[in-house]
Design a protein around this ligand. Sequence first.
Ligand SMILES: [Zn+2]
Length: 451
Amino acid sequence: MKTLDQQQAAAHALEALCGGAVASEALVHVVYGPGASARPMPEVVIVPSGFFADEMYGTPASLPAPPLGQIEGTPLLFGSPRVERLTGPGGFPRLIVHADIVASAFFLLTRFEEVLRREVRDEHGRFTGRESLPFRAGFLHRPIVDEYGALLRQWLREVGVEMAEPPAEIRKVYLTHDLDEPWAWPNFRMAVKSTLRNFRRRPAALLEPLFSHWGWTEGRDPNDCFSWILAQDATLRDALGARRVEPVFFFRAGGDDPKDGYDYLRNRRTKNLIRKIRDAGAGIGLHSSYSAGIDPGRIAAEKARLSEVSGCPCRFNRHHFLAAREPEDLNALETAGFTDDFTMGYADRPGFRLGTSRAVRWFDPVALRPSNVTLHPLTIMECTLDGEKYMHLDFEEARAACFALLGEVRKHNGEAVLLWHNTALSEQAAASGSYQRRLYLEVLDHLKGAL
Ligand SMILES: [Zn+2]
């Protein structure tokens, strides 16, 4: 390693591997370099594979190609599984590990391949799960950075450093809901259209759309199941405590692409809803628009608008369509004053896009600098499971996939970030055959019993 920046990059990966309070104490005993130090103390030496070398860093040659090697059953992106056991100065044990778990973790935590393979994007400009190395190599469903962390703790213990294992419990659950279409009758024109349709089908409910549009009646709009969502989310919070369960509703506040839909923020019902969500102790975040995914320069204005309407600082973000197109878009979030992002999952496949189940600070692999934005890995988005274009799973398969992913999160003391849209949780969706309302309840019950 030649430059300070690259040392900082490796330190970032190591910190993420050890995680939390353990890091500073344990890292004294970890060397990332070609050989052991002369210090009379136990050491685990991780030998660099050359990933960070000037002639290799950021070149196509630095992309690993499946089939990958393994270290104790965990896929290894760089280095070899060889581990040497030696005795160092003062008779202290030394482990020389040739598995470059530091570069491997860095590669995953920074979404390095998405930076290098810019030509690989879907019709929405997104890097897809199917194209990702974790999927192609068969480990997207495993947070292998967390597995590396467990290996490192095991090696440290082997040389005599006391290392506690984190508890096998989910440390935090974010119950998140993106408001793409909070209302079926968002404006006068659509309300009149529905009123006319009702006139033919259900005369008794003739004026519901208009009354609902004007905010005179609550809960009649087919998309309006927010009281139900808040009540369900509250049951988990009551069971596990407010510290460990945080419901967050992401509101769109701009965008002029057709995929951004209608502007609902001005609607009186929306303002009432924001008040209701805040009164229930749930959070408000920005659902950055599809347009802002294309032009990240719009993000700051959207944040300012939502903050003004909601009266919240709005430091949480998630991109509509999960369409943060380039890793550098995260820099735009930081500039706009966001502290936390919840976009990091693949729309087409559930799993661990960042290789970890834990919140991790975004590190820019191009500028080689840490940021102030914390990334929260998106564990499950409901439409990934049943979407025809995505996995198209039936109820049992979807439930098994959810429980398996949550099991991984639990094993590694990670965070579970769930995304269920209001449109998937409505009674109308259930009546038209969607299993998502039932699945959501089962996932919440599972979390109540499994934490
Ligand atoms: Zn959305």
